[in-house]
Design a protein around this ligand. Structure first.
Ligand code: C2E
Ligand code: MG
Ligand code: MG
Ligand code: MG
Length: 280
Protein backbone atom coordinates (compact mmCIF):
# COMPACT_ATOMS: atom_id res chain seq x y z
CA UNK A 1 0.00 0.00 0.00
CA UNK A 2 2.83 2.41 0.83
CA UNK A 3 4.11 1.96 -2.72
CA UNK A 4 0.80 2.93 -4.22
CA UNK A 5 1.23 6.48 -5.38
CA UNK A 6 -2.40 6.81 -6.31
CA UNK A 7 -5.02 9.22 -5.17
CA UNK A 8 -6.94 6.83 -3.00
CA UNK A 9 -5.90 7.75 0.48
CA UNK A 10 -5.70 4.87 2.90
CA UNK A 11 -8.46 5.23 5.49
CA UNK A 12 -5.73 5.06 8.12
CA UNK A 13 -4.56 8.55 7.22
CA UNK A 14 -7.99 10.01 6.90
CA UNK A 15 -8.90 8.71 10.33
CA UNK A 16 -5.70 9.61 12.06
CA UNK A 17 -4.47 12.77 10.39
CA UNK A 18 -5.73 16.26 10.01
CA UNK A 19 -9.07 15.76 11.70
CA UNK A 20 -8.41 17.84 14.80
CA UNK A 21 -6.57 21.03 15.67
CA UNK A 22 -3.97 19.04 17.60
CA UNK A 23 -3.43 16.72 14.64
CA UNK A 24 -3.05 19.63 12.25
CA UNK A 25 -0.57 21.21 14.60
CA UNK A 26 1.48 18.02 14.76
CA UNK A 27 1.46 17.59 10.98
CA UNK A 28 2.53 21.20 10.56
CA UNK A 29 5.39 20.81 13.04
CA UNK A 30 6.62 17.59 11.40
CA UNK A 31 6.18 18.94 7.89
CA UNK A 32 8.37 21.93 8.68
CA UNK A 33 11.36 19.68 9.27
CA UNK A 34 10.32 17.24 6.55
CA UNK A 35 11.44 19.67 3.87
CA UNK A 36 14.90 20.05 5.44
CA UNK A 37 15.14 16.31 6.18
CA UNK A 38 14.53 15.45 2.51
CA UNK A 39 11.36 13.52 3.27
CA UNK A 40 9.38 14.91 0.33
CA UNK A 41 9.19 12.86 -2.87
CA UNK A 42 8.14 13.89 -6.32
CA UNK A 43 5.98 11.42 -8.24
CA UNK A 44 5.14 11.80 -11.92
CA UNK A 45 1.98 10.64 -13.67
CA UNK A 46 2.06 10.53 -17.49
CA UNK A 47 -0.44 12.17 -19.83
CA UNK A 48 -1.23 10.70 -23.27
CA UNK A 49 -2.95 12.00 -26.37
CA UNK A 50 -5.48 9.95 -28.36
CA UNK A 51 -2.65 8.45 -30.46
CA UNK A 52 -1.07 7.07 -27.31
CA UNK A 53 1.89 9.47 -27.39
CA UNK A 54 3.11 10.77 -24.07
CA UNK A 55 2.66 14.52 -24.15
CA UNK A 56 3.49 15.40 -20.55
CA UNK A 57 3.28 14.43 -16.92
CA UNK A 58 1.90 15.86 -13.71
CA UNK A 59 4.19 16.28 -10.72
CA UNK A 60 2.51 15.05 -7.53
CA UNK A 61 4.17 15.36 -4.13
CA UNK A 62 4.24 12.66 -1.44
CA UNK A 63 5.70 12.64 2.05
CA UNK A 64 7.99 9.75 2.95
CA UNK A 65 7.40 9.89 6.70
CA UNK A 66 10.10 8.09 8.76
CA UNK A 67 7.50 6.37 10.96
CA UNK A 68 4.28 6.42 9.00
CA UNK A 69 5.43 5.56 5.52
CA UNK A 70 4.32 7.22 2.33
CA UNK A 71 1.70 9.89 3.01
CA UNK A 72 -0.52 11.11 0.16
CA UNK A 73 -0.82 14.87 -0.44
CA UNK A 74 -4.48 14.99 0.59
CA UNK A 75 -3.34 14.34 4.16
CA UNK A 76 -0.88 17.23 4.42
CA UNK A 77 -1.42 19.80 1.61
CA UNK A 78 -4.57 21.21 3.27
CA UNK A 79 -2.61 21.69 6.51
CA UNK A 80 0.30 23.28 4.65
CA UNK A 81 -2.17 25.61 2.89
CA UNK A 82 -3.08 27.10 6.27
CA UNK A 83 0.31 28.78 6.56
CA UNK A 84 3.35 29.82 4.57
CA UNK A 85 4.49 26.23 4.84
CA UNK A 86 2.77 25.69 1.48
CA UNK A 87 5.17 28.22 -0.02
CA UNK A 88 8.18 26.30 1.26
CA UNK A 89 6.68 23.10 -0.08
CA UNK A 90 5.87 24.72 -3.42
CA UNK A 91 9.42 26.03 -3.69
CA UNK A 92 10.72 22.49 -3.18
CA UNK A 93 8.30 20.96 -5.69
CA UNK A 94 8.99 23.53 -8.38
CA UNK A 95 12.74 23.41 -7.92
CA UNK A 96 12.63 19.63 -8.23
CA UNK A 97 10.34 19.79 -11.28
CA UNK A 98 12.67 22.25 -13.03
CA UNK A 99 15.68 20.09 -12.21
CA UNK A 100 13.91 17.15 -13.90
CA UNK A 101 12.87 19.12 -16.99
CA UNK A 102 16.41 20.46 -17.38
CA UNK A 103 17.96 17.00 -16.89
CA UNK A 104 15.60 15.45 -19.44
CA UNK A 105 16.27 18.25 -21.91
CA UNK A 106 20.02 17.68 -21.48
CA UNK A 107 19.51 13.96 -22.19
CA UNK A 108 17.69 14.93 -25.40
CA UNK A 109 14.30 13.88 -24.05
CA UNK A 110 11.88 16.77 -24.07
CA UNK A 111 9.68 16.66 -20.99
CA UNK A 112 6.77 18.92 -20.18
CA UNK A 113 5.69 18.93 -16.54
CA UNK A 114 2.51 20.20 -14.93
CA UNK A 115 2.94 21.43 -11.38
CA UNK A 116 0.16 22.23 -8.92
CA UNK A 117 0.47 25.80 -7.70
CA UNK A 118 -1.08 26.87 -4.43
CA UNK A 119 -2.93 30.22 -4.52
CA UNK A 120 -1.00 31.35 -1.47
CA UNK A 121 2.28 30.69 -3.24
CA UNK A 122 1.15 32.48 -6.41
CA UNK A 123 0.01 35.48 -4.36
CA UNK A 124 3.52 36.00 -2.93
CA UNK A 125 4.73 39.40 -4.03
CA UNK A 126 7.95 38.13 -5.61
CA UNK A 127 6.53 34.96 -7.17
CA UNK A 128 7.11 35.95 -10.79
CA UNK A 129 10.67 37.16 -10.23
CA UNK A 130 11.43 34.04 -8.18
CA UNK A 131 10.09 31.67 -10.86
CA UNK A 132 11.89 33.47 -13.70
CA UNK A 133 15.09 33.17 -11.73
CA UNK A 134 14.49 29.46 -11.06
CA UNK A 135 13.78 28.75 -14.74
CA UNK A 136 16.86 30.68 -15.72
CA UNK A 137 19.28 29.17 -13.23
CA UNK A 138 18.08 25.60 -13.75
CA UNK A 139 18.12 25.88 -17.53
CA UNK A 140 14.43 25.04 -17.84
CA UNK A 141 12.69 26.09 -21.05
CA UNK A 142 9.63 27.99 -19.68
CA UNK A 143 7.38 26.45 -22.33
CA UNK A 144 8.01 23.03 -20.77
CA UNK A 145 6.39 24.09 -17.50
CA UNK A 146 2.63 24.17 -16.98
CA UNK A 147 1.25 25.70 -13.80
CA UNK A 148 -2.00 24.14 -12.60
CA UNK A 149 -4.17 26.63 -10.78
CA UNK A 150 -7.69 26.28 -9.43
CA UNK A 151 -10.71 28.49 -9.88
CA UNK A 152 -10.35 29.51 -6.23
CA UNK A 153 -7.28 31.57 -7.12
CA UNK A 154 -9.30 33.90 -9.28
CA UNK A 155 -11.75 35.03 -6.64
CA UNK A 156 -10.00 38.08 -5.23
CA UNK A 157 -7.39 40.55 -6.43
CA UNK A 158 -8.11 39.49 -10.00
CA UNK A 159 -6.11 42.25 -11.69
CA UNK A 160 -2.97 41.34 -9.75
CA UNK A 161 -3.38 37.66 -10.67
CA UNK A 162 -3.99 38.50 -14.34
CA UNK A 163 -0.88 40.71 -14.45
CA UNK A 164 1.27 37.94 -12.98
CA UNK A 165 -0.16 35.31 -15.30
CA UNK A 166 0.40 37.53 -18.32
CA UNK A 167 3.99 38.16 -17.35
CA UNK A 168 4.71 34.43 -17.06
CA UNK A 169 2.67 33.59 -20.13
CA UNK A 170 4.75 36.06 -22.16
CA UNK A 171 7.95 34.15 -21.40
CA UNK A 172 6.26 30.87 -22.39
CA UNK A 173 4.94 29.33 -19.15
CA UNK A 174 1.60 27.56 -19.67
CA UNK A 175 -1.43 27.67 -17.40
CA UNK A 176 -4.02 24.99 -16.76
CA UNK A 177 -7.19 25.15 -14.68
CA UNK A 178 -7.29 22.11 -12.42
CA UNK A 179 -10.50 20.46 -11.25
CA UNK A 180 -12.35 22.57 -13.79
CA UNK A 181 -16.06 22.80 -13.14
CA UNK A 182 -15.91 22.09 -9.42
CA UNK A 183 -15.45 25.73 -8.37
CA UNK A 184 -17.90 28.59 -8.18
CA UNK A 185 -16.28 31.20 -10.38
CA UNK A 186 -17.84 32.50 -13.57
CA UNK A 187 -16.85 31.39 -17.04
CA UNK A 188 -15.98 35.01 -17.92
CA UNK A 189 -12.50 34.68 -16.45
CA UNK A 190 -11.57 32.18 -19.16
CA UNK A 191 -11.53 35.05 -21.63
CA UNK A 192 -9.49 37.34 -19.40
CA UNK A 193 -6.77 34.93 -18.39
CA UNK A 194 -3.92 33.52 -20.48
CA UNK A 195 -5.13 29.94 -20.05
CA UNK A 196 -3.89 27.11 -22.26
CA UNK A 197 -5.67 24.10 -20.80
CA UNK A 198 -8.63 22.86 -18.78
CA UNK A 199 -8.44 19.74 -16.62
CA UNK A 200 -11.69 17.87 -16.20
CA UNK A 201 -12.08 16.70 -12.64
CA UNK A 202 -12.07 12.94 -12.12
CA UNK A 203 -15.49 12.97 -10.47
CA UNK A 204 -17.01 13.92 -13.86
CA UNK A 205 -14.85 11.48 -15.81
CA UNK A 206 -15.66 8.50 -13.65
CA UNK A 207 -19.42 8.48 -14.11
CA UNK A 208 -19.63 10.03 -17.57
CA UNK A 209 -20.31 6.80 -19.53
CA UNK A 210 -23.44 6.11 -17.43
CA UNK A 211 -24.54 9.42 -15.94
CA UNK A 212 -26.19 11.71 -18.50
CA UNK A 213 -25.55 14.86 -16.48
CA UNK A 214 -21.82 14.14 -16.13
CA UNK A 215 -21.74 13.34 -19.85
CA UNK A 216 -23.44 16.66 -20.64
CA UNK A 217 -21.00 18.50 -18.40
CA UNK A 218 -18.02 17.01 -20.20
CA UNK A 219 -19.53 17.83 -23.59
CA UNK A 220 -20.02 21.42 -22.44
CA UNK A 221 -16.43 21.71 -21.20
CA UNK A 222 -15.19 20.35 -24.54
CA UNK A 223 -17.36 22.83 -26.46
CA UNK A 224 -16.06 25.76 -24.40
CA UNK A 225 -12.48 24.56 -24.89
CA UNK A 226 -12.96 24.25 -28.66
CA UNK A 227 -14.30 27.79 -28.92
CA UNK A 228 -11.50 29.25 -26.83
CA UNK A 229 -8.88 26.94 -28.38
CA UNK A 230 -7.85 25.35 -25.12
CA UNK A 231 -6.39 21.92 -24.60
CA UNK A 232 -8.37 19.52 -22.41
CA UNK A 233 -6.90 16.97 -20.01
CA UNK A 234 -9.17 14.40 -18.39
CA UNK A 235 -7.95 13.19 -15.01
CA UNK A 236 -8.91 9.95 -13.31
CA UNK A 237 -9.37 7.83 -16.46
CA UNK A 238 -9.51 4.31 -15.05
CA UNK A 239 -11.40 2.24 -17.62
CA UNK A 240 -11.40 1.63 -21.38
CA UNK A 241 -15.04 2.66 -21.33
CA UNK A 242 -14.23 6.10 -19.88
CA UNK A 243 -11.39 6.58 -22.37
CA UNK A 244 -13.63 5.57 -25.29
CA UNK A 245 -16.37 7.90 -24.08
CA UNK A 246 -13.95 10.85 -23.94
CA UNK A 247 -12.44 10.07 -27.36
CA UNK A 248 -15.90 9.89 -28.89
CA UNK A 249 -16.71 13.40 -27.61
CA UNK A 250 -13.62 15.34 -28.66
CA UNK A 251 -9.90 15.81 -28.48
CA UNK A 252 -8.80 14.89 -24.99
CA UNK A 253 -5.49 14.19 -23.29
CA UNK A 254 -5.77 11.28 -20.86
CA UNK A 255 -4.32 11.04 -17.37
CA UNK A 256 -5.32 8.16 -15.15
CA UNK A 257 -4.61 4.74 -13.73
CA UNK A 258 -5.63 3.11 -17.04
CA UNK A 259 -2.55 4.64 -18.68
CA UNK A 260 -0.17 5.00 -15.76
CA UNK A 261 -0.07 5.58 -12.03
CA UNK A 262 2.07 8.24 -10.39
CA UNK A 263 5.61 6.85 -10.13
CA UNK A 264 8.69 8.13 -8.27
CA UNK A 265 10.59 10.62 -10.41
CA UNK A 266 13.79 8.59 -9.88
CA UNK A 267 12.21 5.70 -11.79
CA UNK A 268 11.69 8.04 -14.75
CA UNK A 269 15.31 9.15 -14.56
CA UNK A 270 16.48 5.54 -14.47
CA UNK A 271 14.48 4.89 -17.65
CA UNK A 272 15.94 7.96 -19.37
CA UNK A 273 19.44 6.76 -18.61
CA UNK A 274 18.57 3.39 -20.16
CA UNK A 275 17.02 5.07 -23.19
CA UNK A 276 19.99 7.41 -23.70
CA UNK A 277 22.40 4.50 -23.31
CA UNK A 278 20.48 2.49 -25.92
CA UNK A 279 20.36 5.36 -28.39
CA UNK A 280 24.12 6.06 -28.38
P1 C2E B 1 -4.94 16.98 -8.52
O1 C2E B 1 -3.97 18.03 -8.90
O2 C2E B 1 -6.32 17.09 -9.05
O3 C2E B 1 -4.25 15.61 -8.94
C1 C2E B 1 -4.93 14.50 -9.44
C2 C2E B 1 -5.09 13.45 -8.39
O4 C2E B 1 -5.80 12.36 -8.95
C3 C2E B 1 -3.78 12.86 -7.87
O5 C2E B 1 -3.96 12.54 -6.50
C4 C2E B 1 -3.64 11.59 -8.70
O6 C2E B 1 -2.81 10.62 -8.11
C5 C2E B 1 -5.08 11.17 -8.75
N1 C2E B 1 -5.37 10.26 -9.86
C6 C2E B 1 -4.76 10.22 -11.07
N2 C2E B 1 -5.32 9.28 -11.87
C7 C2E B 1 -6.29 8.71 -11.13
C8 C2E B 1 -7.23 7.64 -11.42
O7 C2E B 1 -7.28 7.06 -12.50
N3 C2E B 1 -8.12 7.35 -10.43
C9 C2E B 1 -8.11 8.00 -9.21
N4 C2E B 1 -9.02 7.61 -8.31
N5 C2E B 1 -7.25 8.98 -8.93
C10 C2E B 1 -6.35 9.34 -9.88
P2 C2E B 1 -2.87 12.83 -5.42
O8 C2E B 1 -1.51 12.58 -5.97
O9 C2E B 1 -3.28 12.12 -4.18
O10 C2E B 1 -3.00 14.40 -5.20
C11 C2E B 1 -4.16 14.94 -4.63
C12 C2E B 1 -4.17 16.43 -4.73
O11 C2E B 1 -3.12 17.00 -3.91
C13 C2E B 1 -3.90 16.96 -6.12
O12 C2E B 1 -5.06 16.88 -6.90
C14 C2E B 1 -3.47 18.38 -5.82
O13 C2E B 1 -4.57 19.20 -5.60
C15 C2E B 1 -2.73 18.21 -4.51
N6 C2E B 1 -1.29 18.18 -4.77
C16 C2E B 1 -0.51 17.14 -5.14
N7 C2E B 1 0.78 17.52 -5.29
C17 C2E B 1 0.80 18.84 -5.02
C18 C2E B 1 1.84 19.84 -5.01
O14 C2E B 1 3.01 19.58 -5.31
N8 C2E B 1 1.49 21.12 -4.65
C19 C2E B 1 0.19 21.45 -4.35
N9 C2E B 1 -0.07 22.74 -4.01
N10 C2E B 1 -0.80 20.56 -4.35
C20 C2E B 1 -0.50 19.27 -4.69
MG1 MG C 1 -3.35 18.86 -10.55
MG1 MG D 1 -7.14 17.84 -10.75
MG1 MG E 1 -8.85 16.45 -8.47
Amino acid sequence: RAKDGGGNQPAFFEASMGDSAAESFRIERELRVAVQNHELRLYLQPQFNALGERVGAEALVRWQHPARGLIPPGAFIPVAEESDLIVELGVWVMTEACRLIAAATCAGLPLTLSVNLSPRHFRQKNFVAWLRDLLDKSGTPPSQLTLEITEGLIIDNVSDIVAKMNELSKIGVHFSIDDFGTGYSSLAYLKRLPIDELKIDKTFVQDAPHDPSDAALIETILAVARHLQLKVVAEGVETEEQAAFLNSRGEVIHQGYLFGRPEPAEDWIARWITISALSV
